[in-house]
Ligand binder design. Structure first.
Ligand code: NAD
Length: 374
């Protein structure tokens, strides 16, 4: 899909660059990994997060302090909520933000079904506030975290960006779909907007340093953190929902992508935006390969030397059988491709988990002895 788009993203030689990038949800899993890549590519980063699903402490974000350690560069961080528009406005007043990479959202499918208003408010209203503040500060460059959930049950595989969207079975996915529709309308109405929506497939893994990884504060449902908890002996079994799908081993098939490959997709998107006016463009970020849950578990066991007992349960309502990307548009237009294997996804995640079995450690300034009590 491209709306008044000039497509060729791959530009040669020196190109104009955005200096200051605002990263929303920067303390989260994908956000923190992406900040590493942005800093290493010469951008300055102002990150915000409300810690709805990330560890935070008196000094800000432990994840982003690790990012500073990895890169040797500074991140400006604000604890801020996108629902608090005046606060977001103040941050834009303080910094000349040239482009926004918008990760901040709630993302748990089950929670979204139980609390739809929370999801519509946080994700859709949060986006609306951000767009209004951006416009009032003359900032029209945006990279948006979308998801392959916007495609619903695939009509054909692999999925290209042309595949119909909108037949979605859960509220979380619908927030992404509604936002994409909103961005379409916006880019048609006002051609100053220059937007890339990236539809992620299934991000897993961690930075190879083992210093940052996935450490949600809400109950997690993503496969790899769960699997690692089982491997560490913190949970007894890995529950797999459905082993009677029409796939080679009966378990669901997904397109797992290393989080650092995903991060580099954002740098590629920024490069395209900084050199071209695209209006609104949408790209799949995936490897183009389907891997079953069972295959992922097998690779994880092999590369980590651990055992993951499985317990099969009935399929979950709304789960799809198989989904993988056709990522050729991102290759030709963004000059981006994945380079990391499923083995690396597992090894890197395991390094993070074993180096940090309890996740990020909080710094608490108040943990001093006061009147004999800590
Ligand atoms: N991880 C996945 O499997 C996946 C797949 C497709 C798309 N996505 C999208 O990618 C983005 C990042 O996902 P992630 O896996 O890093 O999730 P995450 O929960 O680790 O990161 C999101 C961050 O946004 C913050 N946040 C949420 N609402 C906020 C608000 N109102 N104001 C400020 N901060 C807020 C959370 O505290 C969290 O740190 C999300 O938009 C998600 O929907 C994720």
């Amino acid at each position: 899909m491209g709306i008044h788009g000039r497509s060729n993203g791959h530009t040669e030689g020196a190109m104009p660059r955005f200096k200051t990038i605002l990263v929303t949800g920067g303390a989260g899993y994908i956000g923190s990994h992406c900040v590493v890549d942005l800093l290493q590519n010469g951008h300055e980063v102002v990150a915000i997060d409300n810690f709805a699903n990330a560890v935070g402490d008196d000094d800000g974000s432990p994840a982003l302090r690790k990012v500073e350690e990895i890169t040797g560069k500074k991140v400006t961080f604000y604890r801020a909520d996108l629902l608090d528009k005046p606060q977001i406005n103040d941050i834009f007043d303080k910094h000349s933000v040239e482009c926004v990479v918008h990760f901040a959202a709630l993302k748990a499918v089950g929670e979204s079904m139980a609390q739809p208003l929370l999801y519509y408010q946080n994700n859709v209203l949060g986006m609306l506030n951000l767009l209004e503040v951006m416009r009032s500060h003359g900032c029209f460059q945006l990279v948006f975290s979308s998801s392959c959930t916007v495609y619903g049950e695939p009509e054909r595989l692999p999925i290209t960006e042309e595949h119909p969207t909108g037949k979605i079975t859960n509220v979380y996915g619908r927030t992404k779909y509604f936002i994409e529709e909103m961005l379409k309308d916006l880019s048609v109405a006002d051609e100053r907007w220059n937007i890339i929506s990236l539809r992620y497939f299934n991000p897993v893994g961690a930075h190879p340093s083992g210093l940052i990884g996935e450490d949600p504060t809400k109950e997690f449902t993503n496969l790899m953190p769960f699997m690692a908890q089982v491997a560490l002996g913190k949970k007894p079994v890995l529950t797999v929902f459905g082993n009677d799908y029409n796939t080679p081993d009966g378990t669901g098939v997904r397109d797992y992508i290393h989080v650092m490959d995903l991060a580099s997709g954002h740098v590629a998107a920024l490069n395209l935006l900084s050199a071209n006016h695209v209006g609104l463009k949408v790209y799949n970020l995936g490897t183009g390969k389907g891997v079953s849950v069972k295959q992922l578990v097998d690779v994880f066991e092999r590369v980590t030397g651990t055992r993951i007992p499985l317990q099969y349960e009935a399929r979950r309502l709304g789960d799809i059988t198989a989904m993988w990307a056709d990522a050729s548009l991102a290759r030709t237009e963004l000059g981006w491709t994945t380079t990391r294997s499923v083995e690396e996804m597992c090894t890197d995640f395991w390094r993070w988990q074993t180096m940090n079995p309890d996740g990020y450690v909080k710094k608490n300034k108040t943990s001093v002895i006061v009147n004999g009590k800590s």
